[in-house]
Design a protein around this ligand. Structure first.
Ligand SMILES: NC(=O)c1ccc[n+]([C@@H]2O[C@H](COP(=O)([O-])OP(=O)(O)OC[C@H]3O[C@@H](n4cnc5c(N)ncnc54)[C@H](OP(=O)(O)O)[C@@H]3O)[C@@H](O)[C@H]2O)c1
Length: 299
């Protein structure tokens, strides 16, 4: 297959491209810099709302991952606007371009996040659950809605509601591990908030599954079948690293240090079930947290 991928310099995009190329597919990168000749790159400028549309003819699939990183820098109003606008505008730009093609791809997998569901305590959330409240939930809702024009064109659009991605190469785990290794790890806030996680290997597997499974369209939760409370996650991480995990990080301190990011991401409880993945018989490589962390951190 010839598959267009955006956000290829990122954590998820770079892993997806490696896997696609390893399996003999052609990964075409949607890039924000001058395309290198012969490098399989297509230019877009999501801020300036331009894209080389003619180059998009005849693709088999599109995977759209690009967006301003949410975990770097403080969540000022300007940063929050950038997080939302980079996703909503970029997605709308791609939707419009795909909607005008003569030979559109049959499937578009577009990233979203479990932030869609908001802070929901111990409720079990599936793709049928309603949108939550707050900045992230609203952003995810707008981000997903921005794909509309492609759906009208008849393209099968998959809205990938991604959970916390686990990999030692970056993201949350790379930030959590150093304090744990120093014996300074522990639960965040009360530790009772649910964390819905997925390994990077499984996330890439899920994207390929979504591309290949014609019956999947609309929301698709990309999380493992074993969401856990944060205190359990901390306990397991401590055990895997042979360190105590007893030092809690109080909620007020996290808020003081990280502002709204603390409430929206670290302290929010989102217990998500991969209902559509189970219905379509996706086989997780790492369904169990302890096994996943051992695989990621001790091999
Ligand atoms: N990692 C997670 O735990 C997680 C969880 C839930 C959802 N997600 C979502 O999954 C997607 C991929 O995640 P990731 O962890 O790979 O993110 P990432 O490492 O931050 O990469 C995102 C990529 O988007 C592009 N980008 C950065 N700033 C941009 C901007 N202002 N406008 C347009 N494009 C920009 C960059 O790629 P180029 O330089 O190649 O353009 C960047 O490498 C994101 O949309 C993220 O919100 C991730």
């Amino acid at each position: 297959m010839r598959i267009l991928v955006s956000g290829t310099s990122g954590l998820v995009g770079s892993a997806l491209v490696r896997r696609l190329e390893g399996e003999g597919h052609e990964a075409v990168r949607l890039v924000r810099h001058e395309p290198q000749p012969g490098a399989g790159e297509i230019f877009w400028n999501p801020k300036g709302e331009s894209i080389d549309r003619a180059e998009l003819e005849g693709l088999d699939a599109v995977v759209h991952l690009a967006g301003e990183n949410i975990a770097t820098g403080k969540w000022t109003q300007a940063k929050k606007d950038l997080i939302r606008d980079s996703r909503v505008r970029g997605t709308r730009l791609i939707a419009r371009a795909l909607g005008r093609l003569n030979r559109p791809p049959s499937v578009w997998v577009s990233a979203s996040a479990i932030g869609f569901y908001g802070n929901r305590g111990a409720d079990i959330l599936t793709e049928r659950s309603a949108v939550g409240r707050g900045y992230l939930a609203e952003t995810c809702q707008e981000w997903e809605a921005a794909t509309e024009q492609a759906r009208h064109k008849g393209i099968r659009v998959v809205l990938l509601r991604i959970g916390l991605v686990l990999t030692p190469q970056g993201g949350a785990l790379a930030k959590l591990v150093p304090p744990f290794r120093l014996g300074l790890g522990g639960p965040l806030g009360s530790g009772r908030q649910y964390m819905s996680w997925i390994t990077l290997e499984d996330l890439v597997g899920v994207m390929l599954h979504a591309i290949k499974t014609g019956s999947i369209q609309g929301p698709l939760n990309a999380v493992s079948p074993q969401p856990v409370m944060n205190k359990e996650f901390s306990r397991v991480l401590g055990r895997v690293l042979f360190r105590p995990a007893l030092l809690p990080a109080p909620a007020f301190m996290l808020r003081l240090l990280l502002g709204e990011f603390a409430d929206e991401i670290l302290l929010a409880s989102t217990r998500v079930k991969p209902a559509r993945l189970e219905e379509t018989a996706y086989r997780f490589q790492h369904p169990d947290l302890e096994e996943a962390l051992r695989h990621l951190l001790t091999k």
